[in-house]
Design a protein around this ligand. Structure first.
Ligand code: MG
Ligand code: MG
Length: 273
């Protein structure tokens, strides 16, 4: 069932989304060769708890498997849902960090892919295209459009570059729950899928592989990796569908203020709150 949000709920969702952006900014400041993803996880958890919220992913269950950490940290060929560990990050790694919080009963959810030191030109292009695909998807989040319009925008942009669009995992509605209806696939046909109505709040999150689209799950039950072991990138924003277009609740500018280099600048005229 799709739940359209009141302005009061949207205000609460914005506060949760901005707290996630601030948490990812704390992570961005700390990412460097030699740092472990467990250290990043501890920083994020402390920051979230210090701001009156709780981590949304820690304790999240799928069947009988429980996610043990605050962040999903997915390095190189890990696409999403990587578990923070004690391995030091290395120069040239691609680190996707996904973070969720619950603040005053509402969920914020966002992801960003970081370069650890200097990354390869191929990986830089992958990040840039994934980021552009996110922006293209967000631009379709207007009342009257359909979920397939978002998926089509993401898919065509990435496949034109020869990248694999992950289809086993999708974006989603967000509100009091981390995963609400409708699903927001990163692929589709224009004019198909669920109709987007004003007040719908969704997470758009392309997961894009430098190689093929196929993925596999690690024995840990969580980590999703590319089947061909090539790197993957992941960016995610929370967006409100408005009558006159998308309103972005996530604030990437907070994260990007901490970075030397950003893959992409927001499109001219984009409504970024
Ligand atoms: Mg997420
Ligand atoms: Mg999500």
């Amino acid at each position: 069932m799709v739940h359209l949000k009141s302005e009061r709920e949207i205000t609460l969702l914005r506060e949760a989304a901005v707290l996630v952006s601030k948490t990812l900014a704390v992570v961005a400041r700390a990412v460097a060769p030699g740092v472990t993803t467990k250290e990043l996880d501890r920083l994020a958890e402390e920051y979230i708890l210090d701001h009156g919220a709780t981590p949304a992913f820690k304790g999240y269950k799928v069947g009988s498997v429980v996610f043990p950490a605050t962040l999903c940290t997915s390095v190189n060929d890990a696409v999403v849902h990587g578990i923070p560990n004690d391995l030091p990050l290395e120069e040239g790694d691609l680190l996707s960090v996904d973070c969720g919080v619950v603040l005053d009963g509402y969920v914020g959810d966002s992801a960003y892919t970081f370069a650890v030191g200097d990354i390869s030109e191929e990986d830089r292009m992958l990040c840039r295209t994934t980021y552009e695909a996110l922006e293209a998807g967000v631009a379709q989040a207007a009342a009257g459009n359909r979920t397939g319009d978002i998926g089509y925008a993401v898919q065509t942009l990435c496949e034109a570059e020869g990248y694999g669009v992950v289809k086993d995992l999708v974006g989603h509605g967000v509100g009091r729950h981390l995963h609400e209806d409708p699903q927001i696939p990163n692929f589709g046909r224009r004019g198909t899928g669920r109709k987007l109505k004003a007040g719908l709040t969704i997470c758009i999150e392309p997961m894009i592989n430098r190689g093929g689209a196929a993925v596999r799950t690690e024995p840990d039950g969580w980590t999703i990796r590319t089947a061909d072991s090539l790197p993957s990138a992941h960016y995610e924003k929370t967006v409100v569908v408005r009558r006159d277009g998308p309103e972005v609740l996530t604030d990437f500018s907070l994260i990007e203020a901490e970075l030397d280099e950003v893959p992409y600048r927001a499109m001219e005229g984009m409504k970024d709150s």
